[in-house]
Every structure is written in structure tokens, then in C-alpha cells.
Design a protein around this ligand. Structure first.
Ligand code: SF4
Length: 412
């Protein structure tokens, strides 16, 4: 089969995610599960904490002919390290798989035409697109054939050919296969810019219900631990950042997901945890389940950012008795309503950590406030606006030079 036809075949069935680490706010919140749990559809977690899903967004972007042609091959614009946006080819070495994850379109036994690339064939295909100016980076995954270690070897062979034979120095995001060996994972860490190992579920029991052939601790968590150890042992080496993804909506609670995410961020220093709202795929064992509400996915992103970037602990998340986050309020707002309405934060004295707890104040806003305080007293909402801090959301929760902001007083 022609190389481009094969790439297009993979792209259609992989239903690729349009970006990774993108700052673009989507018009809608689509999401599906792709092979080995890759997020498909725009991850909404890139929205800043406190933004509301459903707010008016920019009009949907109409694809140009060139963009449509790129998408058909699995190429889209992704924001990668350093906020650089590049055209990224997201593809697979093979869409054949011997495993049977219940959510996956490529699971063994599903009636589907499989496509396979050899490592040198994939490297050549990528370099042809690169030389034609169509791509600058690669996201490479695979179905599993002959075991995880054997499949990982093929992925590593592909990246080694790109790095050594073709001298490709650009962005590579490589998947780690369940069953990969420690030496393979360490080699991958030095070849790729980003590695991802998808946990899919928050614990062994939940994983068994949706991917009975995957072993949670041995196959999925352990490689993440190896990477953390390897970074600590070899700090002088250039290491790939690590991410993971969870399927959301097959019975697990938000508390389960976020407890595991807290461990991943705080103990294993993961760069990102992705949440992918479940959507049923025909001819799979979970085809009868309803699709998950994308708003739940959004709330999970907001909560995980709170303890990754804002200093919150898991125990501070506003879980309902059933272990879920409220859908109607973002978690930072929900926390502030309980803790800050009666005890507002004095903007002129609060430390950075406390400023970050105020809805509407993020890392940039906190820095701007700290800098402005060195020049004088902030006594009016206009002073906040002048330094680029929005005032609508913070105003119920702050004091300015000992007084509640006028806007809040006018509401009483
Ligand atoms: S192991 Fe195979 S069946 Fe499971 S998610 Fe990956 S590609 Fe799909």
C-alpha cells in the first residue's frame, strides 16, 4: 500500500487529537479514546483554571485546503515545549494489536483492516514529509504485536533511525508500550522529547474492568517510576518529560482519578495528566455505555492544575459525598466560596500562595500584584485592572487596603 494512503488510513481510524500542550480554547469539547489511550479531540485542560466551559469562544476555525490535506494524514498544529507551535505527525507503527482494551477501536478481534509500517519505512515517510515542509515533529504510538518489549524495540528503532541516520533533531513524542523493559524506557528518555505511558484508569481494579490484559502497577506505573529514578540518577543527561492519560466515564470517581494524579504530579513529577471523556466505539465491549459529559473532563483538568500549579492539596478539593467534583462550579471557585467569602484575602499583604487561591488570579496575576506592591498600595479595583489583573472574579474574595472592593459592596 502507498505510504500516504497508509498514513491516511491510520489517521482516519486513530481520530487524532488536534494538538498537545495547545493554548487554543476549543469551540466544543470533543473527545474519543484512541489506541493506547491517546487523547483525541481537544484536551480542554488547557483552559486556565476558572474559565467556564460554554462561554462564547472564537468562531470555529474553517480548515484551509492545505490544512484539510494535512489533517487527512494525521498532521496538525501542536504547541510543544517552549510554547512553540509546529505541524506534528501523529501516527502509529501498526494498527494491529494483540490486546483487547474494551474502549479501543484497535483491540484484538475487532473487524478492521490493519496497517503496519516497518521502522525504516516510517522514518522515511516522516522525513519525506519533513523535507516537504509539511511536518516538524512526530508523535509515534503503536498497537502491540509480539509483546510490549518487542513493539517498543520497533518504536525505538524508528526514533534511532530518525535521530542517527537522518539527523532529525526536532520534536518527538514517543509512547511507552505496556510491557516495555527498563533499559528500553531509559533509552527512550534520551531519544525523545516527551514520553507518555497511559494509565487509563486510576487503580488496578478500575483498569481491570476496561483493559483486563494490562497490569496497572507492573506495566504502567513502574515505567513512570523508572523514569523518575533515571532523571534523579542522571541529572546531567537531557531527559524527556512524561505524561499520562486517563479514560473518564467508565465507573471511576473523580476522587480516585485525582488521588492518583496527585501522586503522579507530586511524587513522579509528571508534566501533565490528560483526561479523556469516554465515548463508546461500535463493536467494542463498552459500546453500550453512554458518552461521558465533557464538562467532567474539564473540571478534572482544572482540579489537577490546582494541585500541580496552585499549591492546593487533594484534601482541599470540593468533592461531593459520592467522590465527584461539582459540575456547575469550577473547583477553585467552590473552594473560595467556602473559605474566602467571609475571610477575604488582603491583596496588599497576602503571600503568593494565598493570592493564587483567589479565583481569577493566576501565576501571572500574582506576580503582577507582588511587583505592584513594591511601588505602592493597591486600594482600588482600577489598580488591579491597571496591572492586567481581571477584577470580576476576584472582587468577592479580596480586600484592598482594608476595604472590600466597591463592586462587591454594591451587590449587598
Ligand atoms: S494495547 Fe492495543 S487494544 Fe489496548 S489501547 Fe493500545 S492499541 Fe488499543
Amino acid at each position: 500500500m502507498d505510504t500516504l494512503i497508509k498514513l491516511a488510513d491510520i489517521a482516519v481510524n486513530m481520530d487524532l487529537e488536534p494538538a498537545e500542550e495547545t493554548a487554543v480554547v476549543p469551540q466544543t469539547l470533543p473527545s474519543k479514546i484512541a489506541p493506547c489511550g491517546q487523547v483525541v479531540g481537544q484536551p480542554v485542560g488547557h483552559l486556565p483554571v476558572g474559565h467556564t466551559v460554554g462561554q462564547p469562544q472564537a468562531a470555529p476555525h474553517r480548515l484551509s485546503r492545505q490544512e484539510a490535506k494535512q489533517r487527512a494524514l494525521g498532521i496538525f498544529h501542536a504547541t510543544v515545549s517552549g510554547n512553540r507551535t509546529i505541524p506534528l505527525l501523529k501516527t502509529m507503527l501498526t494498527t494491529a494489536c494483540e490486546r483487547n482494551c474494551y474502549y479501543c477501536p484497535f483491540r484484538a478481534g475487532r473487524n478492521y483492516q490493519r496497517v503496519t509500517f516497518q521502522p525504516d519505512e516510517m522514518a522515511d515517510a516522516f522525513m519525506s514529509l519533513y523535507r516537504a515542509g509539511m511536518v516538524q515533529g512526530l508523535f509515534l504510538s503503536s498497537g502491540i504485536i509480539g509483546g510490549g518489549a518487542r513493539t517498543q524495540d520497533k518504536l525505538l528503532d524508528t526514533v534511532t533511525i530518525l535521530r542517527q541516520k537522518h539527523r532529525f533533531g526536532g520534536y518527538i513524542h514517543l509512547k511507552i508500550m505496556p510491557g516495555a523493559e527498563q533499559a528500553q524506557v531509559e533509552t527512550a528518555a534520551t531519544l525523545a522529547d516527551r514520553l507518555s505511558i497511559n494509565l487509563e484508569a486510576p487503580n488496578e481494579g478500575r483498569l481491570h474492568a476496561i483493559a483486563p490484559k494490562k497490569q496497572f502497577a507492573e506495566e504502567l506505573v513502574r515505567p513512570l517510576q523508572w523514569l523518575t529514578q533515571y532523571r534523579a540518577q542522571k541529572p546531567h543527561l537531557r531527559h524527556a518529560s512524561t505524561t499520562t492519560q486517563f479514560v473518564v466515564g467508565t465507573g471511576e470517581t473523580d476522587l480516585e482519578l485525582l488521588a492518583t494524579a496527585a501522586y503522579l504530579h507530586q511524587q513522579l513529577k509528571l508534566a501533565r495528566t490528560y483526561y479523556s471523556a469516554f465515548r463508546p466505539i461500535p463493536d467494542t465491549p463498552l459500546a453500550h455505555l453512554p458518552p461521558e459529559n465533557p464538562l467532567r473532563q474539564h473540571r478534572l483538568y482544572q482540579a489537577s492544575f490546582l494541585f500541580r500549579d496552585y499549591g492546593f492539596d487533594l484534601e482541599e478539593m470540593p468533592f461531593t459525598p459520592s467522590g465527584h467534583l461539582p459540575l456547575d462550579t469550577d473547583p477553585k471557585q467552590a473552594w473560595a466560596q467556602v473559605h474566602l467569602l467571609e475571610s477575604p484575602v488582603e491583596v496588599n499583604r497576602a503571600d503568593r500562595e494565598m493570592l493564587l487561591r483567589v479565583p481569577g488570579i493566576g501565576p501571572k496575576g500574582a506576580s503582577a500584584i507582588l511587583a505592584a506592591r513594591r511601588r505602592g498600595t493597591l486600594s482600588d479595583l482600577n489598580h488591579l485592572r491597571a496591572i492586567g489583573v481581571e477584577t470580576k472574579r476576584p472582587s468577592p474574595y479580596v480586600m484592598l487596603d482594608g476595604k472590600r472592593p466597591l463592586r462587591q459592596l454594591s451587590l449587598w
